[in-house]
Write a protein that binds this ligand. Structure first.
Ligand SMILES: *Cc1c(COP(=O)(O)O)cnc(C)c1O
Length: 372
């Protein structure tokens, strides 16, 4: 970043000296650093997207459906697959779940308001808070990266946040949060004042546990956010969504830009949802590969955080140079993983079986050099 160039601009004071979010995108053979789905979309789906986008193109002289009703209905049907019924009125969609989170912070956060999350967690929650002038305070996690309910409840009582983020499965640790913890945190927050609690389920399709969606029942300030970027293998599409009480959906419409979801985006997402079964088939393969990574890294003697996501956090790198030196060693051998800044730990996304084998070969060498 050319910070000196920014220094000359009349930036908002809280943005001074900051850097934009972003993982380094280096040109290496095996890229396992951004939790993308390694499988390209199947040909039949690519053809269907072309067909639906072609139909949408005929009407591009008109603004798109501002309320994205057809898409929200399809997303509601997808969310209802596991038996807990979600209606169109309970669903809202935007350009990635990051935009969903931004809209929530614009409505329920802002100047004079406070948001919190239990870190290490998804750093965008804090960054989007800052971008909306919402104060951010970090809440605690145990050394094993689970949420200590008692400590978290105490933190809520101390900080009195307006918005609470709970990421389950969590990024970068892979840790799922159980429903009892979410219920306890929701109740503890409401005991102080009405508080929006956002459960970020970006990785839930990869979890061994069920979605927390049924907790929406009777909890009007609970929001579950989801994305098509991970399980649906469509990070390039930019489609995220939430499920919540219909009043929350009405509220985000106070801040959404008119026609924020293009007709092309809506058509593409609808085509992808038609192929849900195929795409969830890839998820099953990735879950098996994720479990293999956990097993093999554990067998090699790494300290591996149990994962319910499509990535695995491993360590502990406490030698000279710490996790960053290990990251560089792995990169020098053609594999890019993520150094998230969690001391002594790295995160590897699940790739294809061949990519995972390449990664495991490299870390086997790393382990040998260290014990030699
Ligand atoms: C990847 C990720 C998202 C997805 O963001 P999109 O804007 O939908 O691509 C959201 N939350 C978490 C925790 C993530 O890791």
């Amino acid at each position: 970043m050319t910070t000196n160039r920014l220094d000359a601009l009349p930036l908002r004071p809280e943005l001074r000296g900051k850097s934009p979010y972003g993982a380094p995108q280096l040109d290496v053979p095996v890229r396992l650093n951004t939790n993308e789905n390694p499988y390209p979309l199947p040909d039949a789906l690519v053809a269907r997207i072309a067909e639906r986008v072609g139909e949408a193109a005929r009407d591009l002289n008109r603004y798109p459906d501002r309320d994205a009703v057809e898409l929200r209905t399809a997303l509601a049907a997808y969310l209802s697959r596991d038996g807990f019924e979600v209606t169109t009125e309970q669903v809202w969609a935007a350009n990635g779940s990051n935009e969903v989170i931004q809209q929530l912070l614009q409505v329920f956060g802002g100047p004079g308001r406070l948001a919190t999350g239990f870190e290490p967690s998804y750093s965008m929650h804090g960054l989007i808070a800052r971008g909306t002038s919402t104060e951010w305070v970090s809440g605690p996690r145990r050394a094993d990266f689970t949420i200590d309910t008692e400590a978290a409840v105490a933190a809520l009582a101390t900080h009195r946040p307006d918005i609470v983020f709970i990421t389950s499965p969590n990024n970068p640790t892979g840790t799922a949060v159980d429903r009892e913890t979410v219920i306890a945190l929701y109740e503890a927050a409401q005991a102080v004042k009405p508080t929006v609690v956002v459960v970020d389920e970006a990785y839930v399709e990869f979890s061994h546990a069920d979605s927390l969606l049924p907790l929406l029942d009777g909890r009007p300030l609970l929001v579950v956010s989801r994305t098509m970027s991970k399980a649906f293998g469509a990070a390039g599409l930019r489609l995220g969504y939430l499920a919540a009480d219909p009043a929350v959906v009405d509220a985000v419409q106070l801040v959404r830009l008119p026609y924020h979801l293009s007709a092309v985006t809506q058509a593409t997402a609808l085509a992808a949802l038609e192929h849900t079964d195929t795409l969830l088939g890839y998820v099953e393969q990735l879950k098996a590969e994720r479990d293999r990574l956990v097993t093999e890294l554990t067998a090699l003697g790494f300290d591996v955080t149990p994962s319910d996501a499509n990535f695995v956090q491993f360590g502990v790198f406490d030698g000279p140079g710490g996790a960053h030196a290990a990251w560089q060693y792995i990169l020098d051998r053609g594999v890019l993983v993520r150094d998230n800044g969690v001391p002594g730990r790295l995160r590897v996304s699940t790739g294809t079986p061949a990519e995972n084998d390449a990664f495991l070969d490299v870390v086997r060498g790393l382990k040998k050099e260290h014990s030699a």
